[in-house]
Unconditional design. Structure first.
Length: 62
């Protein structure tokens, strides 16, 4: 996910994420209703045990 657009998320349950984008770029995770769920810290950042993929409907990596 490197193009600035929204991506549908097919994942469910627990997992991880890594933000290794251009410095200062934050990814945003959105719920099914379009409301913001989470904003990642700027790069380099990661979470090895992200437990709410079930609630994420789309990601916008920019």
């Amino acid at each position: 996910m490197y193009t600035c657009q929204s991506y549908g998320i097919p994942w469910d349950g627990n997992g991880s994420w890594i933000n290794d984008q251009t410095p200062g770029t934050e990814a945003r995770f959105y719920r099914n209703n379009g409301s913001l769920l989470y904003t990642t810290p700027a790069p380099y950042s990661s979470t090895p045990n992200y437990s709410t993929w079930t609630n994420v409907h789309t990601i916008r990596p920019c």
